[in-house]
Structures are given as C-alpha cells and as structure tokens.
Design a protein around this ligand. Structure first.
Ligand SMILES: Cc1cc2nc3c(=O)[nH]c(=O)nc-3n(C[C@H](O)[C@H](O)[C@H](O)COP(=O)(O)OP(=O)(O)OC[C@H]3O[C@@H](n4cnc5c(N)ncnc54)[C@H](O)[C@@H]3O)c2cc1C
Ligand code: FES
Ligand code: FES
Length: 501
C-alpha cells in the first residue's frame, strides 16, 4: 500500500501536501510557501543554525523532541512528524515562551538573523532536559554561530529560562514535565500518524521520493532501484542539493523504517542500525567506550547529530569522516544487506578507494556492530583524537583512533586507524607491526613513527599540508605512548589482580 500525500503537523494543525518536489528543503517551504520567514537562511549547509527548527515524533512509545537544520532537511522527511518553528512559541495572548523571555531579559537577542535559531535551539533544550549544566548548554548551542561574540548572555538565557514559569496553553509541555494535556494530545495524534504503514511514494517532475516502513520493503526497493540515492539524515545529501545543485532523480528514505531505528546488545556486540541518529548512537557507544566522549562532543553540532546517522557517516565513507577511525580501532564490523541477503565485513574492508566502497549495486549498510570491551577492558588502551583548526563544528585535518591490547607491559595487539591521511579511513599496518609483541617504549615509538611513512602519503589541502598531517599523526603516537606510560602503573596493578588465583 502506498500514499502520495505528505502529512505532518505544524503547531498541531494537519498539513497535507501533494505534488511536492522531493528535494524541496524544509527551509524553502517554510519561507516561500508557508509564509514563516522567522526561520532564516544563513549558510544553507547546516553550519550556522539560523534555520533551526524543532521536530517531535513518537519513538519507543513516547514523544521525542529534537532540533534540526531546516536548510538541509527535505520536506518529505517530515511525513508523520510534528514541526515547531520560532513562530510556534509565542502564546495566543502574546506571552513569550521562557526561551524567548529569557533571551530578552538576559539581553541575548542581538541580530535578527541568528536569534530565531538560538531561540529554537534553546526551545529544543527546554523540551528535552530539565536541568542542563553549562556543558549541556554549550552543546545545545554548538550549531548556532554568532559573529558578534554574544554567547555569554545567550548562555545566561539558557539557564534563566528554567527559572521562568512553565508555559501553559496549546504548546506541549517539555518531556520532563509529564501529565500535560497538550503533550498527551500531540502524542496521540503522532501515534495515529505513526500507525500508518503505507509507503510514502511521491512521484514528481522534480524526482521521486520513496519511504518504505519495513526493512524488507526498504531492501526490496533498494534492490529494485540500484541507481537511486539512499537518504538517511541528509546531512551530507542535503548539501549535494543546496551547494552543488545536483538533481537526485530518486531518493529512497530509510528514516521511516522502524526496524532500522534500533540499538541492541547481543553476544558481546553493540549493534546500531541504519536509521539511528548520531546523537543516540554516540550515547550508546559512550556507555562502553567513554574514551570517545571528545569524538562525540566535537562531531558536528547538536542539530546535525540529531539528524545525521552513524551508518550514514560510515556509508558516505569520507576520508575525513570522524567515526570510522575510532570504530575501526576497536574492531567494528558493518552488516550489509542486499535484497534478503546479509553479509558482514570488517569496517576497514568497506573502503576500497576514494569514494569506492565494497557495496554491491542494490546493497545498503544495515547496521554497524561494535565489540563490547568485556573482560579485556582493563588491559585495553583506547583513544580517539580529532585535530582540526576550530574546536567546535569543524572538519578534521587528521583523526586518530587507537586501540592497544596489553599483556604484562607488552603490546599484544595494536589497531591504529587514521582519517585525513589517505583516500579512505585506513589502518596503519606498518606502524601496528612496529608495536606488536614489544613493550611500547621509546624504541618502539620511534619505529612506529618512522613506519607511518610506509603507511601514508597524505595530501596537502586547505585544511592542512601533507607535512603537517604526517607530523601530527606521529605526534599522536607519541601522545599515546605518554598516556600509556601514565596509565602503566594502573594497568600493571590490574594485571597483578588478574593473575592472582
Ligand atoms: C555542518 C556539518 C558538520 C559536519 N560535521 C561532521 C563532523 O564533525 N564529522 C564527520 O565525520 N562528519 C561531519 N559532517 C558530515 C555528516 O553529518 C555525517 O557524514 C553524517 O553522519 C551523515 O549521515 P546522514 O544520515 O546525514 O547521511 P546522508 O546525508 O543521508 O547520506 C550520506 C551518504 O551515505 C549514503 N547512505 C546513508 N545511509 C546509508 C545506508 N544505510 N546504506 C548505504 N548508503 C547510505 C547516502 O546515499 C549518501 O551517499 C557534517 C555535516 C555538516 C552539514
Ligand atoms: S542556514 Fe545555516 S544552518 Fe541552515
Ligand atoms: S546574534 Fe547574529 S551575529 Fe551575533
């Protein structure tokens, strides 16, 4: 069963659209068709946050709120969701939402371009977190650029909004305040939309958009249309349209496939399926690998992580993508599916060359499997380091993911993976060999540093020169050795504990 009618909620009202061009961005629709010009266009590439809006949907039996960038979301991906824009916040009697009132009282409102986006990021935070600390506030605002350096009053507003009265009326209360009638009403309406199992199939002169609901239907569709573009969070694909003006004749969207929005732990593996957002995926991974917290915090911004998927990062396979070196280091695998067939590959084996992957036509990344550290955890040294010009919202010049298995001071196994050093994310096999079976002392470090020249011949580009990249990669090995030396005493004593009968 299919439907060609796009159906979502805007401020609780039904929006039903037919004949929508699949690559119309949500931002363009808001500004040009819906007359909602409070949502601004700054960069049209997910960088500045001027276009931030908030979505609500039903997931796992509850309302789920998230901020996203309207400039790179295609309109049909809203099917079954509820949309809130900056115009949604003020009550009918003119009272401001706490996110708006706090911006006024803290003098956080500076220019009209960025302010609506800041307010919506604050609203997204308000809806999801009851008492965010300063780190959580910074993270919530990490996707909003202000060039007049006005962050201090905006951060004050983020804390101040919780001291103001909770709004009452038609806007649903935040999820940390259960029992609200408007939130319950929204939940029921979204649940009814979610129960619609029909495939959304829009055929338009501007292209086709197909959004199946089951993984089998999705797999069949991808197999039947191997030339189509798989669409996940559209944080890469969106830019192909807004920046490269590419036409995409057929998009097959995986965001409505329930079975692909799953995180599971079985038989020593954490499995994250294709529709799981980066934000949810990182939260699950950090439970087992807290060493990846810097990777998470510095990966794009909150709205990008709320939309983009981990499997999209892996499938896109950019040589400067951040998740892959870290996941390769800890021994992750990808599950590929073509029609009804599945196969599993070591993640590093997915990458054959620049933009060349071991994906057969009609095949897609079903999930990524990450080994749980288990018993060996206390003998394992895991690190992931991102080197970029800016701290936040920047693309890596070099990314390193390291995992050492240690036994009595000797490196039993070394997995060293880098991004930014080759045409693909890649292991440094010569440097790994230089460390394996030896204590990680100064001599081993020197050999591993030298061996990197056999592993990589990096490029110079606008992010870094080849010389800089190689030097940084070597220095990250030195940092690893220094951290190991610091951790050595702890590991020695744990090994002693292990060896005790
Ligand atoms: C402002 C901004 C900042 C960013 N910062 C970072 C950063 O710090 N680090 C970083 O690594 N990346 C960054 N990115 C890139 C992007 O966010 C990630 O690559 C993201 O994980 C892509 O996931 P997606 O779900 O949005 O993929 P999409 O854009 O939907 O798809 C990306 C590609 O993968 C394919 N694809 C998606 N899912 C599958 C699947 N399951 N099977 C097969 N093919 C599939 C698509 O066809 C497409 O070719 C940034 C992007 C933006 C716009
Ligand atoms: S317009 Fe800049 S993030 Fe959307
Ligand atoms: S608020 Fe727009 S530049 Fe600072």
């Amino acid at each position: 069963m299919t439907t060609a009618e796009l159906h979502f909620l805007l401020d609780g009202r039904d929006v039903r659209l037919t004949n929508v061009s699949p690559t119309t961005t949500l931002l363009n629709w808001l500004r040009e068709d819906a007359g909602r010009c409070g949502t601004k266009e700054g960069c049209a590439e997910g960088d500045c946050g001027a276009c931030t809006v908030v979505l609500a949907e039903v997931r796992d039996g509850q309302l789920n709120w998230r901020s996203v960038n309207a400039c790179i979301q295609f309109l049909p991906t809203l099917h079954g969701k509820a949309l809130f824009t900056v115009e949604s916040l003020r009550a009918a009697d003119g009272r401001l939402h706490p996110a708006q009132a706090a911006m006024v009282s803290c003098h956080g409102s500076q220019c009209g371009f960025c302010t609506p986006g800041f307010v919506m990021s604050l609203f997204g935070l308000y809806q999801t977190e009851a008492a965010p600390d300063d780190g959580a506030v910074t993270d919530a605002l990490s996707g909003n650029l202000c060039r007049c350096t006005g962050y201090r009053p905006i951060k004050s507003a983020a804390h101040e909004m919780y001291r103001l009265p909770v709004p009452s009326g038609s806007l649903p209360a935040p999820q940390w305040l259960p029992g609200d009638a408007a939130a319950q009403a929204l939940f029921e309406r979204l649940s009814a939309l979610d129960a619609d199992d029909r495939t959304l199939d829009i055929v338009h002169a501007g292209g086709r958009f197909t959004a199946p609901r089951s993984v089998d239907a999705f797999a069949d569709c991808v197999a039947a249309h191997p030339g189509a573009t798989i669409l996940a969070g559209s944080t890469d694909v969106g830019l192909w349209v807004t920046k490269q003006f590419r036409t995409l004749p057929h998009l097959i969207y995986l965001g409505r496939v329930r079975e692909l929005d799953r995180i599971s732990e079985t038989d020593g593996w954490l499995e994250i399926a294709a529709a799981v957002t980066l934000e949810d995926a990182f939260r699950a991974i950090l439970q087992h690998y807290p060493e990846f917290s810097e990777l998470w915090r510095r990966f794009a911004s909150r709205p990008i992580r709320n939309a983009g998927t981990l499997c999209g990062n892996i499938a896109n396979g950019s040589p400067i993508g951040d998740s892959m070196p870290a996941l390769i280091a800890v021994g992750a695998e990808v599950v590929l599916r073509g029609g009804r067939q599945r196969r599993t590959l070591a993640l590093e084996a997915l990458y054959l060359g620049y933009q060349k992957k071991a994906l057969a036509p009609g095949e897609f990344v079903h999930s990524v499997r990450i080994p749980l550290p288990g018993q060996a955890r206390d003998r394992q040294l895991v690190r992931a380091w991102k080197i970029s010009k800016r701290q936040d919202q920047d693309i890596s010049a070099v990314f390193a993911g390291f995992c050492l298995q240690l036994e009595h001071g000797t490196v039993r196994e070394a997995r060293l993976a880098f991004g930014g050093m080759a045409a693909t994310p890649k292991r440094a096999s010569h440097a790994e060999a230089a460390l394996t079976g030896r204590p990680f002392d100064a001599a081993a470090l020197n050999d591993a540093r030298a061996a990197l020249a056999q592993d990589f011949q990096p490029l110079s580009d606008m992010r870094a020169s080849a010389t800089y990249r190689m030097e940084v990669a070597r220095n990250l090995l030195t940092r690893l050795q220094l951290e190991l030396a610091g951790a050595a005493t702890r590991i020695d004593s744990m090994e002693a504990d292990h060896d005790r009968p």
